[in-house]
Design a protein around this ligand. Structure first.
Ligand code: GCB
Length: 651
């Protein structure tokens, strides 16, 4: 596709699932419907870390065969949560190896007696490698910590006289190796004058704490035995009509009928169709717009899919409803377009991180964070540096927060990490990310990595392959990775659609010299743009700031320094903002936990909010800027301005 003209991804049609390496089946978010039930297994699980020297006692003694308490002492562990910050045991906080979770559950009789019911066990995420047993039977394994996986367990629950009591055992290993994503290394320290025999440490090459465990919900859900396995939707716009292309995969039988209805936000049917694929036309469409870009942002239709099928045991039906936002995404040489209008990313980078829960999903935290994003006037974030919980993505669709969806390709810092095994796994992870998130209108771009050693030749080839694979999986969205390399040395940039750059002027070098930021930023932008002629996002910038530290004139680590650094960056960004710089994402939304080191004071403190989500002075500065940019860039200008001011209780 020639550069220079707008590349409109949405027009390229449905996804090419033939390109997948090996994923079987879809990963629709579990939902209740007339044909489906869900049973959440959140709450207290029994837990035991395997502190044995080789960490393998659990396997040697087969802890999955009997209730976990029979194997030795267990503790209560909340799910979802990281296990690290829950107890008073320092060994558990830093634990590397296998931990064991167990929970018993009683199933309703209708799940076990009706053989037209399919029972599925779904794990929202388990960091990082997981093995699952149901009643002692090896059921499921999964590699990778931030994505869901599931198994049909019908044949385990629908046998025997009293099968409805299930014991679910999950062993999870958080060890990171050169072929995991993120990668890591295990280093044995063999100097016996300093370290006991067998002493090792886990080395990571990224800047967040490697929290682990069952960090997202675990649940059981049902479908009929012939069921809607997957739905893929892409959208485009033709004059004032929206076009919704759908593709539905059905499993369990070939004898079925599919009916599809598209409902607007008032529950009025606006289009319908039949069969496994088709196009729905919506005249007078209400488009999905980002927050603050339009007077009616985040408009969602509902795609209702109804399946009726004949099985050997009689007829079954299945119902699934998918929220659909109709919008287009396109990139020109210098712009990022949503619905054909220039979009400027003014937002944040986040982490899934909070006191006590670590990376555990938490509803109050979710809603608080979205309220803060709205308060800030942020219209976008990047899922630095791994895919976030599905509930987060759903909120983005509903609130109009645009997402750069990043996979866990972070810490690819050493040459040995660019190997064939890692490449294959990385491609598979992209398949899992795309499979899970492809239908979210909020997701406008995939990011395959953060700060890989992209100056290496091997990294160039590796990134080329992962990006090409991602584009083949989803031709409907642009693809990027986030670089901190020099423009002349970077080997991955030729393959991206948008250049994303991290730089920390006056922080990691030229400490304290705020007066250099504008010059250095201008040089950065000009060099990259001259070489690639692609739109650029400043994907990270920021300063470590301890809330409550003050100093004027500003000194590093104070709130005044963070504010001044931001101000200088903003002056630099404004020089290029209407030219080819299409976004700015602050590092970071909130303070977050990292490994201990002499350069981190109880974690990374570059948040504009504290870890407890209280504003530092910079939050007010950023808020003023984001609302100002929103007022300049929203569409249509006159109507939206009034509405936005009304909606903000603070202006
Ligand atoms: C970066 C990384 C991010 C770090 C940040 C920092 O470039 O992408 O993960 O946390 O810098 O604060 O050093």
């Amino acid at each position: 596709m020639a550069r220079g003209s707008a590349v409109a991804w949405a027009a390229l049609g449905p996804l090419l699932w033939g390109c997948a390496l090996g994923l079987q089946g879809g990963m629709l978010y579990p939902q209740e419907s007339p044909s489906r039930e869900c049973k959440e297994l959140d709450g207290l699980w029994s837990f035991r870390a395997d502190f044995s020297d080789n960490r393998r006692r659990g396997f040697e003694e087969q802890w999955y065969r009997r209730p976990l308490w029979e194997s030795g002492p267990t503790m209560d562990m909340p799910v979802p949560s990281s296990f690290n910050d829950i107890s008073q045991d320092w060994r558990l906080r830093h634990f590397v190896g296998w931990v064991w979770y167990e929970r018993e559950v009683i199933l309703p009789e209708r799940w076990t007696q009706d053989l037209r019911t399919r029972v599925v066990l779904r794990i929202g995420s388990a960091h990082s490698y997981a093995i699952v047993w149901v009643n002692g039977v090896d059921t499921l394994e999964h590699e990778g910590g931030y994505l869901p996986f599931e198994a049909d367990i019908s044949n385990l629950v629908q046998v025997g006289p009293l099968p409805s009591r299930l014991r679910i055992t999950i062993a999870i290993n958080n060890t990171l190796t050169p072929t995991t994503l993120p990668p890591g290394t295990i280093q044995y320290l063999t100097d016996t004058s300093k370290y006991p025999k067998g002493y090792f440490v886990q080395n990571t090459y990224f800047d967040f704490f490697n929290y682990a465990g069952l960090q997202r919900s675990v649940l059981l859900y049902t479908t009929p035995t012939t069921y809607i396995d997957d739905i893929t939707v892409t959208t485009s716009v033709e004059q004032d009509s929206g076009l919704v292309n759908y593709q539905i995969s059905v499993k369990g039988s070939n004898l079925f009928k599919l009916e599809v209805r598209l409902l607007d936000a008032e529950n009025k049917v606006v289009a319908n169709g039949t069969g496994t694929q088709g196009q729905l036309k919506v005249p007078g469409v209400s488009l999905w717009w980002p927050y603050l870009m339009h007077e009616r942002p985040a408009y969602l239709y509902s795609l209702e899919v109804q399946l009726t099928a004949q099985t050997s045991l009689g007829p079954v039906s299945d119902f699934y409803t998918l929220p659909v936002g109709i919008r287009t995404v396109a990139v020109t040489k210098s712009q990022f377009l949503i619905n054909g209008k220039p979009f400027y990313f003014h937002g944040v980078n986040k982490h899934e991180d909070a006191d006590i829960r670590g990376k555990g999903f938490d509803w109050p935290l979710l809603v608080k964070d979205f309220n803060l994003l709205r308060w800030l006037g942020a219209n976008a974030f990047r899922t630095s540096h791994y895919p976030y919980a599905e509930e987060v993505m759903q909120m983005c669709d509903r609130y109009g927060i645009v997402v750069i969806d990043e996979c866990p390709g972070v810490g690819l810092a050493l040459p040995q990490f660019f190997n064939n095994v890692s490449l294959h796994h990385h491609m598979q992870v992209m398949e899992e990310v795309v499979r899970r998130d492809k239908n979210h209108p909020a997701v406008v771009m995939w990011s395959v990595a953060n700060e890989p050693a992209s100056h290496l030749e091997s990294a160039g080839y590796y990134l080329k392959m992962v990006i090409a694979h991602t584009k083949a999986l989803d031709p409907s969205r642009p693809v990027t990775f986030v670089s901190n390399s020099n423009y002349a040395a970077d080997k991955g940039a030729p393959y991206v659609d948008v250049i994303c750059l991290n730089s920390y002027y006056s922080w990691y070098h030229d400490y304290g010299h705020l007066e250099l930021i504008q010059l250095q930023l201008a040089t950065q932008f000009e060099n990259w743009y001259k070489k690639y002629q692609k739109p650029i996002i400043q994907s990270e910038y920021g300063a470590e700031t301890i809330a409550g530290f003050h100093q004027d004139p500003p000194l590093m680590f104070t709130e005044e320094y963070q504010k001044s650094l931001l101000e200088q960056y903003h002056l630099g960004l404004d020089q290029k903002r209407r030219k080819y710089v299409v976004g700015e994402l602050i590092w970071n939304f909130a303070d977050f936990m990292t490994e201990q080191s002499p350069t981190r004071v109880l974690g990374n403190k570059k948040g504009i909010f504290t870890r407890q989500r209280q504003p530092k002075s910079a939050a007010f500065l950023l808020r003023e800027r984001y609302w100002k940019i929103a007022n300049e860039t929203r569409y249509p200008h006159s109507v939206a301005k009034a509405q936005c001011l009304e909606n903000s209780p603070f202006t």
